[in-house]
Design a protein. Structure first.
Length: 94
């Protein structure tokens, strides 16, 4: 029996969406509180998104995403999942 590599892509994308939803909720609470911490979080959020996108683009241009479509998709999702998990840990601490 051969495995469909796209099933893993789908699962990882689903996990990313769940993790991202958590980060969105945590950030919403922090931003709604206002103040200097909220402003810093808003700035950090924008800069992190730019940095993550540029790093992924550099990886794609240097062949770091692999040779297959499903491999590139999995590596792309893994790249963003690492960033999202880091944010979740940081925001959960307070």
């Amino acid at each position: 029996m051969t495995r469909n590599p796209w099933l893993r892509v789908g699962l990882n994308a689903w996990l990313l969406s769940i993790e991202a939803s958590t980060v969105i909720a945590l950030r919403t609470v922090k931003l709604a509180a206002g103040g200097a911490a909220a402003e810093a979080e808003a700035r950090r959020m924008v800069s992190e998104k730019l940095e993550a996108g540029l790093a992924l683009q550099a990886s794609a241009l240097t062949g770091g995403l692999g040779r297959t479509r499903h491999g590139a998709a999995n590596r792309t999702i893994a790249h963003y999942r690492r960033k999202v998990r880091a944010n979740s840990r940081r925001l959960s601490k307070g």
